[in-house]
Design a protein around this ligand. Structure first.
Ligand code: ADP
Ligand code: GLC
Length: 480
């Protein structure tokens, strides 16, 4: 099949969260399976791709804001995927993918409206006639809208279908009404059946309304976003109306990127057979690196997270602090200033037991997963969550709240032939979290712990099954 993927981030080029892991790994997997895959990304300042420098640029004209923008397309071929970077320095050559210093870029409406249109013009310019366009989250929500509104009679896209994947309903890409015209849409799109969302323009809604099929990143989240206003953010009714077109497909992780037996960032590599000794060495090294007391008997709790309300880390604070005589905590995170302040203060109060690494640091993340005995992810909601899967792959036992993809991947009791691999608490419930933490800390010192570690390490987190489910959907939707 000819599959065009459009997204706002993808590893190894640029990343702020799990979206990048998913887009990077899934496109590569589809390419390896022999499909003709091309990926469109914005050419941010932070794009990490040496061959781009000095690479060929093709110039295209993209209809935009009543005129036309001259946009560059830079090309790279990597692991079976043709990658096109949409180069428009005025919009993308700056610090931060979506914002800088805690503030969203003010022109995100224009940036991603232009990007979405450039994807379609780019496909025409390079002669890629897709069977399916796979778009992700609000940043590319307008691609489906453009396809249906402006390209429906364009022979280049005859037979092209669009699949829109929702990674997080909490980000809707809402902008003032003026964004409608700037993005190339008109009054006929300003309705509850169109792009209007509570008096604003919603790019996420554009994807939900106009794509032929919808997916989200776990079966549990697919149910939750149709059932509750908390999860559906007012779009739950629309999602229910599109229920037969909406599917939950669980994410995988890239088993080559996340592999403790070959991970160059670790002081000691290990497999599930050598996990006990390997993890002990990684833990000791991290304790030294972070200035923690070097103690093998203290369970080390790891957190690798965006610091965001979603992740529920504030709910865990009291339970953690009351138990720091029995365990240690390493937090890697960046984001919300008040959560940052919370961990700065916690580290100050508990020097030697708590280390807060305040940054987005991919190499350090690998060392935290490897060194941790427990991995904490007490999310208020979680569409899928990759952190808990990566943690299990590295033999860190997850303690997570029972919501979304976390409840589809972590089991405290054996379930449907799958062994217990972690600990669960109710979401948004500090007391229940404290109890789960007590169970986990007691288990970490008891016989049987190694089985739980191995149960996680032998779990199947590959893309094999889920890539197949996406392909089934693509085949279903694309005309024969
Ligand atoms: P989300 O996409 O909501 O942030 P996921 O669990 O799906 O949550 O994915 C998070 C991804 O981002 C994982 O690959 C995780 O290792 C990575 N990550 C999160 N925070 C950091 C950080 N501060 N530094 C490095 N990597 C991080
Ligand atoms: C979003 C979600 C996260 C999910 C990721 C990749 O960032 O918050 O739960 O794992 O997308 O799909």
């Amino acid at each position: 099949m000819k599959i065009l993927v459009a997204a706002s981030e993808a590893v190894p080029f640029c990343k702020t969260g799990g979206l990048a892991d998913v887009v990077g790994a899934l496109t590569q997997r589809l390419g390896e399976l022999g499909h003709d895959v091309c990926l469109f990304l914005p050419k941010y300042r932070a794009i990490r791709a040496a061959p781009l420098e000095g690479g060929m640029t093709r110039w295209i004209k993209v209809p935009f804001a009543g005129g036309a923008a001259d946009v560059g397309l830079r090309f790279l071929h990597r692991h079976g995927v043709s990658v096109y970077f949409v180069d428009y320095p005025l919009f993308f050559d700056r610090e931060g993918l979506y914002g800088n210093a805690g503030k969203d870029h003010e022109d995100n409406d224009r940036r991603f409206a232009l990007f979405s249109r450039a994807v379609l013009e780019g496909a025409k310019a390079v002669g890629f006639k897709p069977d399916v366009i796979h778009t992700h989250d609000w940043q590319t929500g307008l691609v489906a809208a453009h396809l249906k509104r402006h390209y429906k009679n364009d022979s280049h896209f005859t037979g092209t279908r669009c699949v829109f994947t929702i990674h997080n309903m909490a980000y809707q890409g809402n902008f003032p009404r003026a964004a409608l015209e700037a993005g190339g849409f008109g009054p006929e799109d300003w309705s509850s059946e169109g792009l209007e969302y509570y008096g604003q323009v919603s790019y996420l809604k554009g994807g939900i309304v106009h794509a032929d099929k919808l997916t989200t990143v776990s079966a549990a989240y697919a149910r939750e976003i149709q059932e509750s206003p908390d999860r559906g953010f007012g779009l739950e009714g629309l999602l229910r109306r599109r229920s037969k077109d909406l599917r939950g497909i669980l994410n995988g992780i890239d088993l080559k990127v996340w592999d403790p037996s070959s991970d160059a960032s670790l002081p000691r590599r290990y497999s599930s057979q050598s996990a006990v000794a390997g993890k002990a060495a990684c833990k000791e090294a991290l304790q030294r690196e972070c200035g923690l007391e070097v103690r093998s008997d203290r369970p080390l709790i790891g957190v690798v997270s965006r610091l965001d309300h979603q992740k529920g880390l504030d709910i865990a604070l009291a339970a953690l602090e009351a138990r720091l005589k029995r365990c240690q905590l390493v937090v890697l995170g960046a984001g919300d200033p008040s959560l940052t302040e919370m961990f700065v203060a916690l580290e100050r109060r508990h020097a030697g037991s708590v280390h807060f690494h305040r940054s987005f640091d991919e190499t350090f993340a690998h060392r935290v997963y490897a060194a941790s005995d427990l991995f904490l992810m007490p999310s208020r909601f979680e569409p899928c969550g990759l952190g808990q899967m990566i943690a299990m792959r590295y033999g860190a036992v997850p303690l997570v709240s029972k919501t979304g993809g976390l409840s589809d991947t972590v089991f405290e009791e054996p379930r449907a032939g799958r062994p217990a691999n972690g600990f669960l608490c109710k979401p948004s419930d500090g007391e229940d979290l404290a109890k789960a933490l007590d169970r986990a800390l007691a288990a970490a010192r008891a016989p049987g712990w190694d089985e739980r570690v191995r149960a996680g390490m032998s779990g199947d987190f590959s893309w094999d099954r889920s890539a197949g489910l996406y392909l089934d959907l693509f085949r279903e939707v694309a005309p024969k």
